[in-house]
Write a protein that binds this ligand. Structure first.
Ligand code: 809
Length: 492
């Protein structure tokens, strides 16, 4: 076997993963073809599926619809449409190569002449392969910007989909590392919150930061707003209220941990569609039930501008959503800058034309005037959004106040009503207890009677009821739970 034959054989073996990827591939999009990988030498034949064409599992099912286990099986087992693909027998074998084999693979092979040497080469390349390439199967590019590039990936180990961001700037070019790391620090401080995009991991590769986050399957609010405009429509008030409530809940939590986001805007609000069956069937009860049954969950993402409220290092966010006090370097009420940006975000979601970056219109908004909104909103909701962009930050509601607003959370009204009823019942119970005690004390048989209702002719009453009205304790007690039926009091 000569060199070229060995190379051919090895290339075939190394392409195991490429073949695996082909099975989840849709025809190449022009965007994918023109993409130049950050790392020089990544194989030009790497194919990415078009964003317009959902990835197929080989059974006509979108990859997003598969459970992690199904995706994992799909990754592992080889494609139905690719029967010739050898399925490697154990972990650590060739299948762990990334589909994007670096060109240097080819060069390295051509330097060696025996199969033995070639095997060693394979091992060496395995060592060289990056963590990203080893751990993730890159599906498609989902975003590109000055900051870096974001890919939708499947993690080979768990079969779950993640959003993975590669920062463009190298640590070599960065003067203040803290600025790059603030996103990671912020996630570390925040932990998990249902309305903040979840962070999983981060690491440095070739001096570039990589961040692995939760993948939000509904895109961002900016894209959703664009879609509604295309079909000559806009988010209805009920949806706007959901967005406002969800993001306020995320902000309330963030602000309570001494952090501010400082770049709230539609493109940093991510949408998760809950496709599980509980989202369509369950009747919400507790808060956890509500979360499970919610069909759409809005989350705050991109923590690249986050800073401490108490010790701010402010990097201004998008000028279109920026409160004027930040431009004037007045950082006394930083959380209210997030509220200002959220108010304008809701206005944009309601259909407001694109926001100005400067000029009279920019200043007009900073004087407390909402941009024109092309739909009839209720007066109360309009006033609420307007209050969020008041010129003075102190006059804007806090996130904690917003989440308590009845407009955003009508069930709060019902809860309050029930709480009031409960309090009334508790009060009545206490009154009755006192009256009972007084009557017992006034009676010549008071002491004997105080032992409980069964002593006065109700032997069948359960013991628990006796204790509910004070039992042997002669003191008036406050109850944490009272049967609202009142039955026990009636029969005393
Ligand atoms: O789903 C995402 N989670 C992120 O953290 C993220 C995501 C996306 C998406 C998918 C929406 O369907 C598109 N782009 C451009 C995203 C960017 C991010 C992101 C933003 C990440 Cl991974 C890190 C920092 C900032």
């Amino acid at each position: 076997m000569d060199d070229s034959e060995i190379n051919k054989e090895l290339k075939q073996k190394l392409n195991v993963s490429s073949c695996e990827e082909e099975r989840v591939e849709a025809p190449e999009s022009p965007e994918a073809q023109s993409w130049t990988p950050e790392k020089s030498g990544q194989a030009a034949e790497t194919k990415f599926p078009s964003p317009q064409t959902p990835l197929q599992s080989g059974h006509g099912q979108d990859v997003d619809e598969l459970s992690p286990y199904q995706r994992w099986k799909m990754l592992r087992a080889g494609p139905p449409g690719c029967p010739q693909t050898p399925v490697p027998e154990k972990r650590g074998s060739l299948r762990w190569f990334s589909p994007q084999m670096p060109d240097k693979t080819e060069r390295t092979f051509s330097q060696h002449s025996s199969p033995h040497m070639s095997t060693r080469c394979v091992l060496r390349i395995m060592e060289m392969t990056s963590r990203y390439e080893k751990e993730f199967l890159q599906l498609e590019r989902i975003g590109i910007g000055a900051f870096g590039t974001v890919y939708k990936c499947i993690k080979r180990l768990d079969g779950c989909v993640y959003a993975v961001k590669h920062l463009i700037r190298s640590f070599d070019d960065i003067k203040d590392e803290d600025v790059v790391l603030r996103e990671v620090y912020a996630h570390a401080v925040l932990g998990h919150h249902p309305h903040i995009v979840r962070y999983y991991s981060s690491w440095v590769e070739d001096k570039h930061m990589i961040i692995q986050n939760e993948y939000c399957n509904g895109g961002n609010l900016q894209t959703a707003v664009c879609h509604t405009k295309v079909v000559n429509s806009h988010f209805q008030e009920s949806h706007l209220k959901d967005i406002l409530l969800h993001i306020s809940l995320g902000l309330k939590y963030m602000h309570s941990t001494d952090l501010v986001h400082l770049d709230i805007k539609p493109s940093n609000i991510f949408i998760c569609y809950n496709t599980s069956s509980s989202a369509t069937s369950a009747e919400p009860g507790s808060e956890a039930d509500w979360f499970l049954s919610a069909k759409v969950i809005y989350k705050i993402g991109d923590l690249g501008h986050v800073t401490l409220i108490s010790k701010p290092k402010v990097e201004e966010g998008d000028i279109r959503f920026l409160a004027s006090e930040i431009l004037q370097e007045d950082f006394k009420h930083l959380p209210k800058a997030d509220i200002f940006a959220l108010g304008l975000t809701i206005a944009v979601a309601a259909g407001a034309e694109s926001l100005p970056s400067n000029g009279d219109k920019w200043h007009h908004i900073r004087q407390g005037n909402l941009p024109d909104i092309p739909q009839m909103l209720s007066e109360s909701f309009y006033s609420l959004i307007q209050s969020m962009i008041r010129p003075s930050p102190e006059d804007r509601p806090s996130a904690a106040t917003l989440v308590k607003n009845r407009l955003l959370c009508p069930s709060l009204g019902r809860m309050e009503e029930l709480q009031q009823q409960l309090n009334l019942e508790k009060f009545k119970t206490t009154q009755l207890e006192r009256e009972l005690r007084e009557a017992q004390q006034a009676s010549p048989m008071g002491e004997a009677r105080s032992h409980g209702p069964e002593d006065v002719g109700t032997p069948s009453r359960p013991r628990s009821t006796k204790r509910l009205v004070g039992g042997k304790s002669r003191r008036s007690s406050s109850f944490t739970c009272v049967e609202p039926s009142g039955d026990s009091f009636m029969s005393l």
